[in-house]
Design a protein around this ligand. Structure first.
Ligand code: BG6
Length: 331
């Protein structure tokens, strides 16, 4: 399934009128995957001062995060996994307790809201009904809403106290791609600004972080250069009935997102798991016909995840490792 979606009248008419075209690509999703270096640059540059290599978000971080007791982030689908990834950044960098919730769950509980912190709402369209309803619940209870949305004139953007836009451009593909990476980049900017506002970001670390953000479009360009190899690997997954995705730490939400993406676009059953949970159940399923995609760049958790890889290989299953150059060399 190529999964092209037209979820907003304005985008629909732009497609119908030929203002948004697929160009050389077979479908919009592929086009949007290849637009990521540009959409990332567009989403990062407004929030940094290139001359001084410092963060330049304005006063959202000071007003919303400096004195926050905790924050909550609420979203659906892929946007939820972006928020889930940001939890690690807010906790590690800003030392801020950070909860995430799926909007459709949140709105039917009676959630205890932060006393002095915001509720964040992450959404490409800014119109997802459950996310909007959760925002209204927070507003009614006096919790300020920060919207991370791709459509600045959307309902979620209009009803939030503060908006930090992503600039991914119109996303037609039903499975979010460039909007997801734009959300991640803007949430990283927000987490770093929160760290600064809370006195946890040293000036030297700020410059390093800004340099890393500025390097992202180039790194994504490099990653996309592997597309021919990726296509060959994907062909080997096509006949599979099930695929497992594993990640640890901040790559755990990415494993969940990988599984969602595979289900949504290929109709292959996929599950995402925290790598450390492998031994608590899913290990029983590991056998040669269950490929396991492991997301493990070479970081402080790499060795632990590789021990899972060894367990999987010992059971005769195929591992597809997504890593950086250092990780591929060490695996
Ligand atoms: C789903 C889409 O229907 O809605 C996902 O398939 C998306 O890609 C989710 O992440 C939430 O949408 P939005 O517009 O709130 O980000």
């Amino acid at each position: 399934a190529n999964g092209d979606r037209v979820n907003r009248p304005r985008v629909k008419s732009a497609v119908n009128e030929g203002l948004i075209e697929r160009g050389e690509y077979d479908h919009f999703m592929l086009k949007e995957i290849h637009e990521q270096p540009e959409s990332l640059a567009r989403s990062i540059l407004p929030y940094i001062d290139q001359a001084t290599q410092t963060l330049n978000l304005g006063d959202v971080a000071d007003t919303m995060f400096a004195k926050a007791d905790r924050a909550v982030a609420i979203a659906c689908g892929t946007a939820y996994y972006a928020a889930h990834t940001a939890k690690y950044w807010f906790e590690q960098k800003a030392k801020l307790a950070f909860e995430t919730d799926i909007a459709s769950e949140f709105r039917y509980r009676e959630p205890v809201l932060p006393q002095t912190g915001p509720a964040m709402f992450v959404s490409q369209s800014g119109e997802t009904a459950d996310t909007l309803a959760a925002l209204r619940y927070c507003r009614q209870n006096g919790t300020p809403a920060v919207a991370v949305v791709n459509v600045p004139e959307s309902s979620i953007a209009r009803e939030a106290a503060a908006i930090v836009p992503t600039y991914a451009g119109p996303e037609i593909g039903v499975a979010s791609t460039k909007a997801f990476t734009a959300q991640l980049s803007v949430l990283a900017v927000l987490a770093l600004n929160a760290a600064k506002a809370r006195g946890h970001l040293l000036p030297g670390d700020e410059v390093m972080a800004v340099k890393s953000l500025m390097a992202l479009p180039r790194k994504v360009t490099e990653a996309l250069e592997a597309q021919d190899d990726i296509r060959e690997i994907a062909k080997t997954l096509a006949p599979c009935r099930d695929v497992l995705f594993l990640g640890r730490g901040r790559y755990y939400p990415l494993a969940l997102e990988g599984a969602l993406k595979l289900k949504e676009v290929s109709y292959i059953h996929a599950e995402g798991y925290a790598a450390g949970e492998l031994k608590h159940g899913p290990i029983a399923l590991i056998e040669k016909d269950l490929p396991v995609v492991v997301i493990a760049p070479k970081d402080e958790l790499f060795e632990k995840t590789i021990s899972n890889v060894e367990e999987i290989r010992a059971r005769g299953a195929r591992v597809i490792l997504i890593s950086d150059a250092a990780g591929i060399k060490a695996a």
